[in-house]
Write a protein that binds this ligand. Structure first.
Ligand SMILES: Cc1cc2nc3c(=O)[nH]c(=O)nc-3n(C[C@H](O)[C@H](O)[C@H](O)COP(=O)(O)OP(=O)(O)OC[C@H]3O[C@@H](n4cnc5c(N)ncnc54)[C@H](O)[C@@H]3O)c2cc1C
Length: 437
């Protein structure tokens, strides 16, 4: 996907790459794109670039962007590869992480114009690109879950092997050191890692299911409901799962102690690789703005209400078998309902205040959503345990995950909701001079 240019990052509408109509129905593309993932490589015979560009008579901003398919090598009518198109990689970035993925600066049209084929209609390129960007946002969320899972597995095995310290208060009585996994603070780190990975996986899975059902659901109503759920969950999957990946990878380094900072253990690589995830595919700040600016008003607020209602229903289901989780979920649900109403109203009346609280609001909602899915997992696991089905340790671990998340991580949702709804003035009232002082 070729969107980004030096002056057009989050503000895609500022892009300047030009497309000119040619007589044969194709277009000639000229301009420069930066940070293009796998923009050039020798792992395939041909590369197909999807390039956003602007026609000479296009309207200003994102309304004047069209999407073009630009092959590196021209494909002949018989399907074989012909001449090199007028597109080349003029630089490869040196990065903090993801060293297996070439990030390229691409130049189009140095010799008169790269041949491009229009995808969709002229000036409707953003809508066409969003087909891919929406699934790419979910995929990046899944990347976050995947890196975080690897970081957890590595930290877990290290914590079982590394011997250090004695049980608290028994230093003089025990000659041998114990594996660090026995220390409460290390357990806290490991459970923070594991349960957030589980919550992130559940959110992405629910997102993917909604995406499929929005296309293939049995009825128009079912498809519309699923579309609303997909749209609300997408910024949460992208932003929360990738911020979570950075946090989990950082905890992975911490569990390793000094060895985490040394390259040979591999813990540091997860941290470096995870760091791009909150940046590309729309920064997490942009995801939070999408959530409060577009998604909270979707279907007249019905899409977000349905997610919040589901969280309340899970709290009800948990009230008799697991009252502690139910109480935590219920309290966070109530706080998120008021925060959501505040956010919806504020976005209508004084959007700048809402924007200042977008990121903590997204995080609070994600924590509630994660607790809700883990709660559902705990209900299913308990049922299987009662029926004597399935691997017992695995099932009890799912109940523990829901408990840990509800008691140790979900309480943050209250503080985050407070920050989102009450902290705006301190953010927007500060002058640039005060901010810099
Ligand atoms: C390794 C890598 C691979 C990439 N791959 C691709 C690719 O394949 N194709 C492609 O097209 N691009 C790619 N990108 C580009 C990537 O999508 C952009 O870097 C990203 O969208 C942010 O744009 P920017 O870097 O210009 O940052 P900026 O837009 O300058 O943002 C800087 C900061 O300001 C914030 N900000 C900006 N505007 C606003 C706003 N309106 N409201 C609130 N906050 C705002 C951002 O959240 C961010 O924190 C890649 C980047 C990297 C580093």
């Amino acid at each position: 996907m070729n969107l980004t240019e030096p002056q057009a990052g989050s503000d895609v509408g500022a892009l300047k790459t030009k497309a000119v109509r040619a007589e044969d129905g194709t277009y000639r593309i000229t301009g420069q794109k930066i940070y293009i993932t796998w923009g050039e490589h020798d792992a395939a015979d041909n590369i197909v670039h999807l390039v956003l560009a602007r026609l000479p008579d296009a309207p200003f901003g994102t309304r004047g962007i069209s999407l073009f398919l630009v092959p590196r090598r021209i494909v002949k009518p018989d399907g074989s590869l012909g001449a090199h198109n007028d597109v080349r990689c003029v630089g490869v970035e040196h990065k903090l992480g993801i060293h297996g993925s070439p990030t390229c600066t691409m130049s189009y049209g140095d010799e008169g114009g790269a041949i491009g084929h229009l995808i969709g209609a002229e000036n409707k390129g953003m809508a066409a690109m969003f087909t891919m960007m929406n699934s790419a946002r979910l995929n990046v969320g899944v990347q976050g879950v995947a890196i975080a899972e690897r970081a957890f597995q590595k930290a877990l095995s290290y914590a079982k092997e590394r011997l250090q310290g004695k049980p608290y208060g028994l230093s003089h009585e025990m000659p041998d050191m114990i594996p660090i996994i026995q220390h409460p603070d290390v357990r806290r780190m490991l459970l923070t890692m594991r349960t957030q990975v589980e919550a992130g996986r559940a959110i992405c899975l629910a997102n993917a299911l909604a995406l499929d059902e929005a296309r293939h659901g049995a009825s128009a109503d079912a498809r519309e409901w699923a579309k609303g759920r997909e749209e609300v969950l997408t910024p949460i999957s992208k932003a929360w799962c990738t911020d979570m990946a950075v946090e989990v990878a950082s905890l992975g380094v911490q569990v390793h102690g000094g060895m985490g900072f040394i390259e040979q253990t591999g813990a540091a690589q997860f941290y470096r690789d995870a760091r791009i995830l909150p940046i590309y595919e729309g920064t997490n700040g942009i995801q939070a703005i999408d959530l409060i600016g577009r998604k909270l008003g979707l279907q007249n607020g019905a899409a977000i209400k349905s997610l919040l209602d589901d969280c309340a229903a899970t709290a009800d289901l948990l009230s008799s078998p697991m009252p502690e989780i139910a109480a935590a979920l219920s309290a966070a649900h109530r706080r998120l309902v008021t925060a959501t109403l505040w956010m919806q109203e504020t976005m209508r009346k004084e959007a700048v205040k809402g924007l200042a609280g977008a990121t903590p609001y997204l995080k609070a909602l994600a924590l509630l959503t994660g607790a809700h899915y883990l709660g559902r997992g705990a209900i299913a696991a308990t049922k299987k345990l009662q029926e004597g089905q399935g691997p017992q340790t695995f099932l009890t671990a799912r109940v523990q995950s829901a408990q840990f998340f509800a008691m140790n991580l979900l309480p943050q949702a209250h503080g985050l909701a407070d920050a989102a709804t009450r902290g705006a003035s301190t953010i927007i009232d500060a002058s640039i001079d005060e901010l810099s002082a």
